[in-house]
Design a binder for this molecule. Structure first.
Ligand code: G3P
Length: 219
């Protein structure tokens, strides 16, 4: 499974990328607003660190505007994926941008049929928002399973990008359900690596080694 960071904070992204585990990044207007810096400059900075797909979301709501914003983003770097919303205009923009050889991430997906339509429009990624579905009293992971089944039935190549992740179990369950990618907020990415029993076990190993004077000698 590919691990993306869901953030528009270039410094935080660079820090997490030091692990060598970051396969890409997703941003959106809310995350860009939180960062406060110019959106294009932010994306340029992120693309200097991250070589995998970096999603940049359009603000236009009509096809022509989405296409021109998408082309603007695409000039930033080769690894930009243009994020368009799951709307009528978004589908037309998706097809047009894909025909120019650009990557497209279709965002704000809340149903399996929407995901099927996005795949037919040639989307590179589909972003089902699992946390927001859970918040609305539905089951986000069921949506991932449904999309996986449909994509496998028809051999659609669109990658399922589990978005709106709220917890470490969300990452685990998305992987089990067959998502190709999870886009993960920085705090959850951090938590994925730690476990209290790992810390406790390590402290015990080091204490035992110290007590007995165990050393690793240089040759
Ligand atoms: O980037 C899209 C998505 O991950 C947003 O998540 O937490 O705002 O529902 P959230």
């Amino acid at each position: 499974m590919k691990l993306f960071i869901d953030s528009a904070d270039p410094k935080e992204i660079a820090r997490l990328a030091e692990t060598g585990l970051v396969d890409g990044v997703t941003t959106n207007p809310t995350l860009a607003a939180k960062n406060g810096q110019d959106y294009v400059e932010t994306l340029e900075e992120i693309c200097r660190t991250i070589k995998g797909a970096v999603s940049a979301e359009v603000l236009a709501t009509e096809t022509a505007g989405m296409i021109s914003e998408g082309r603007r983003f695409a000039r930033i770097a080769k690894n930009i994926a243009i994020k368009v919303p799951m709307t009528w205009d978004g589908m037309k923009a998706c097809r047009a941008l894909r025909s120019e050889g650009l990557m497209v991430n279709v965002t704000l997906c809340f149903s399996a049929v929407q995901a099927m339509v996005a795949a037919k429009a040639g989307a590179t990624f589909i972003s089902p928002f699992i946390g927001r579905l859970d918040d609305a009293g539905q089951d986000g992971l069921t949506l991932i399973r449904e999309i996986r089944a449909i994509y496998d039935n028809f051999d659609f190549k669109t990658e399922i990008l589990a978005a709106s992740i709220r917890s470490v179990p969300h990452v685990r369950d998305s992987a089990i359900a067959g998502a190709d990618v999870a886009t993960i907020p920085p705090d959850i990415f951090q938590k994925m690596i730690s476990h209290p029993l790992t810390d406790k076990g390590l402290a015990a190993f080091l204490a035992d080694a110290k007590k007995a004077g165990v050393r690793i000698r240089d040759e």
